[in-house]
Structure formats: structure tokens, C-alpha cells
Design a protein around this ligand. Structure first.
Ligand SMILES: NC(=O)c1ccc[n+]([C@@H]2O[C@H](COP(=O)([O-])OP(=O)(O)OC[C@H]3O[C@@H](n4cnc5c(N)ncnc54)[C@H](O)[C@@H]3O)[C@@H](O)[C@H]2O)c1
Length: 279
């Protein structure tokens, strides 16, 4: 059989004239990094943001150079930081914003090796704030400053552990469930007010810094690959999908959790997994 070409890359100018903020590009594996590259290829103008501690790594400057974007630091749990970010962004764009990517996650209990049944609630509050309430904070700041243009689009990254149990995902499962709920709740209000849509993309396990923090990640990613008719979706494919959600082709899609997972979420079992079990 001839090899199947996975990626013939073309640009379609899908985001020509659009302006957006991309949160969460830590290094070149980050889903936010891959998405920034694709948005740039599709003609968008960008502002990049990440936590001050992440900016100190310096990696993001390489991306900033490639996509010709300023980097503005903001800890997403700090409203003053977010205010400054939106003010500087609107000044840079000389007007409003068309899209926002929220690609942010962090679990303190996972980091500190705390099992779900022994969670530290102080850590848990921080996890929920960084990974879920931060979407509310970003949307609220945009709302108060009237920063998003009519028909704007906001996308946040999530994982299927919000709906089904993946024991080692720990408290992040709860954080993702809350993130998806904020997406619906704020999506309602922003839709009514400015036709702004808000959605989550539920991505396959992907080899990134945040992804690799999950215990047993290698086994996990191989299992997902075998359980998905199309295989796992990678970071570049996720970026392609997010570009469509920022484009004018998806204007009426809002308050949804959209699975970008090669079919994993609706597959009960595959021949590949059965074969493995019979070994
Ligand atoms: N990698 C996967 O397997 C996978 C699967 C599904 C969903 N996701 C989600 O995708 C998103 C992006 O993660 P990734 O896999 O690209 O990993 P990543 O580690 O590259 O990105 C996580 C980002 O969150 C940022 N961040 C953490 N705390 C912050 C704070 N207080 N303020 C601002 N930014 C902060 C980090 O600096 C980093 O850039 C996350 O929401 C993650 O849960 C990842």
C-alpha cells in the first residue's frame, strides 16, 4: 500500500485580518506554540502571553520572532496582570481582539506526588484557579474592557478525563470539568452580548511538558493510540482544528466540547486492543 501522506501543508488565509492572543506557548512542543505557528501561516496577527516564570526560560522569544508577535507576561490568576495584558494588546492591535487561545494547565497535587485520595486542598485551589477559573478571569477581563470584537472566538484546551475516569489524571479531571462548565456558562453571556463563541477542544494525549506530567504517560499514550480508529491527534493537527474554530467557517458553533481525538471518545474497543489482551 502506498504511504498515506498525513500532512500536505497549505495556507488558506483563513485568519487574514484577524488578531488574537495565544496563552501557553512554553516550548516548541506546546499545543499553543503549534497553534501560534498555524495562525501566523493563516494570516493572523498575534500577541503571545505566558506566566512570568515561563517567560524566564526564554524559549518563547524564538516563537515571537518567527510569528512577529510581542510577548506580554501575565499570570492568569492575577487580574492586574490580565488587565495590563489586554490594555497592551489593544494598543498593539490598535483596536479589538478576534480570538483567544487558552492553553494553560497545571496540577500542584500531581507535581507534589499527592494521590487523588490524599489531595492537599490548598494545592487543589491553585490547580482549579490556574487551569479552570483562569478562563473565567480572561473572559471577564475581556468583557469588562469590551476587548473582544463581534463574532470573536475563544478556545480552551481540555481532556476527556472531564467525562470519564482516568485515575492518574488526578485533580486535573475536576479542573477540566470546571473549565468545560465555565465555557458553557460564559459562552451563553458572551454570545448574547457580542456573538462571541466559546468552545473547548478535547485533545488526544500529546507529548508536551504538561502531558508528560501524567503518571505512566507512555503506556497511556500508546493505549489511546490503539483505542482510536484514526490514531492519536498530534499537536499540529490540533492547531489545524483550532484555526478552523477561529475562522469565519464556524461562527455558529458555541458552548461545545469538541473532541479532537481520532475517534477515541466514541470507541468501545478496537481489534488492536483485543489482540493485545489475547497475547
Ligand atoms: N498534552 C496533552 O496530552 C494534553 C491533552 C489534552 C489537553 N491538554 C491541555 O492543553 C493545554 C496546553 O498544554 P500542553 O500540553 O501544550 O503543555 P505545556 O506545558 O506546553 O503548556 C501548559 C502551559 O500553561 C502555562 N501556565 C501554567 N501556569 C500558568 C499561569 N499561572 N499563568 C499563565 N500560564 C500558565 C505554562 O507556562 C505552559 O505554557 C493544557 O490545558 C492541557 O491540559 C493537553
Amino acid at each position: 500500500m502506498a504511504p498515506i501522506l498525513k500532512d500536505i501543508h497549505m495556507a488558506y488565509n483563513l485568519l487574514k485580518g484577524k488578531k488574537g492572543i495565544i496563552f501557553g506557548a512554553l516550548d516548541e512542543k506546546s499545543i499553543a506554540w503549534r497553534t501560534a505557528l498555524r495562525c501566523h501561516e493563516e494570516g493572523a496577527q498575534l500577541v503571545l502571553s505566558n506566566a512570568p516564570v515561563a517567560l524566564r526560560m526564554g524559549e518563547i522569544n524564538k516563537l515571537a520572532e518567527t510569528v512577529h508577535a510581542p510577548v506580554i507576561g501575565a499570570d492568569v490568576t492575577n487580574m492586574d496582570d490580565l488587565k495590563k495584558l489586554f490594555e497592551e494588546t489593544m494598543k498593539h492591535f490598535d483596536g479589538g481582539i478576534d480570538f483567544i487561545l487558552h492553553s494553560i494547565g497545571m496540577s500542584l497535587n500531581v507535581r507534589k506526588g499527592k494521590h487523588y485520595t490524599e489531595m492537599d486542598y490548598g494545592f487543589n485551589q491553585k490547580t482549579l484557579d490556574i487551569s479552570a477559573i483562569s478562563l473565567h478571569r480572561v473572559l471577564r477581563m475581556a468583557w469588562e474592557m469590551d476587548a473582544l470584537n463581534y463574532w470573536g472566538s475563544v478556545v480552551a484546551l481540555t481532556y476527556i478525563a472531564a467525562q470519564r475516569v482516568f485515575p492518574d489524571y488526578n485533580e486535573m479531571a475536576d479542573a477540566k470539568a470546571l473549565l468545560e462548565s465555565v465555557t458553557r456558562s460564559f459562552g451563553y453571556h458572551y454570545g448574547v452580548r457580542k456573538k462571541v463563541r466559546v468552545n473547548t477542544v478535547s485533545q488526544s494525549p500529546t507529548r508536551t511538558t504538561a502531558g508528560s506530567g501524567v503518571k505512566g504517560f507512555d503506556g497511556f499514550i500508546t493505549y489511546a493510540e490503539k483505542m482510536s480508529p484514526l490514531g492519536n491527534a498530534d499537536g499540529d493537527q490540533c492547531a489545524d482544528f483550532v484555526v478552523t474554530l477561529f475562522s469565519d467557517f464556524t461562527k455558529m458553533v458555541t458552548m461545545q466540547n469538541l473532541f479532537h481525538d481520532g475517534g477515541f471518545s466514541t470507541t468501545g474497543v478496537t481489534e488492536s486492543v483485543i489482540t493485545q489482551m489475547e497475547k
